[in-house]
Design a protein around this ligand. Sequence first.
Ligand code: ZN
Length: 272
Amino acid sequence: MEKGKKKKNLLKVVFFLPFLVSPFLLNLFILFLIFLQPFLSYASESNSTPRDLKTIVIDPGHGGSDKGGEGRDGILEKDIALQISMSLKKKIADKMKLNVVVTRDKDYDVPLEKRVTIANAGNGDLFISIHTGSAHSDELSGIGIYYLDYEGVGNESGEINAGDIEDEKKDVEVILKDMARSDYVNEGARLSELLQKNLTDIIPDQKIILKPAPISILKDVNMPSVLIEAGNITNNEDVKRLKDREYINKIADAILNSIKDYSGADEKGNLK
Ligand SMILES: [Zn+2]
């Protein structure tokens, strides 16, 4: 966790102490927070650019015994995910000089919980999961950008009851987490829109679809998150693209440009 965040959290703790002493005040304040939450989320959304970035977490989907989707001629989702992720890792490190944490760097199994642990322990500022899509119909092509849908996230603050102080301390933590989470949700959606714009700029002849969804890995990481399906592995046209190194490179470039836009960095990747 960076210094600014620590200081902010400390301020929050000091601020909440008096409310922990009086259960009545605490309940009143919790109601106030619940009422205020949508406005606070809106405020954090409207002044969220530029954003300080230090560490980007890249999550190449699947790996090892988990092949992910499989396309014609034996092309595997796990291999494409790793190729895009490694290309992106190099670009971010070279051009933006940011730390990059990857949840895997070779072809091995990594369970979902392990991916979340790696991302959170690495203090990531953004979580980018890379996959390819598979569709029931092989007619479907295109890039999908998933971001966490706010409606899909459980809001535990609605379940608060009066109880002993210990429980109420936990309730305050839940509300603080909810507030942080709604910030992650807004920021994930903002990154998704930048991804859609940059992918359209670099790959104008490919369909690029925004997909809000309550995906658990996006929900479990303590940072804004997106999941990109770089093309449908069940579609022959998309498989042709995914086999082309130039296409892989373009996807990585579009993600890099989106991170630059997200952080407010200039063309050369220098953070302002
Ligand atoms: Zn996948």
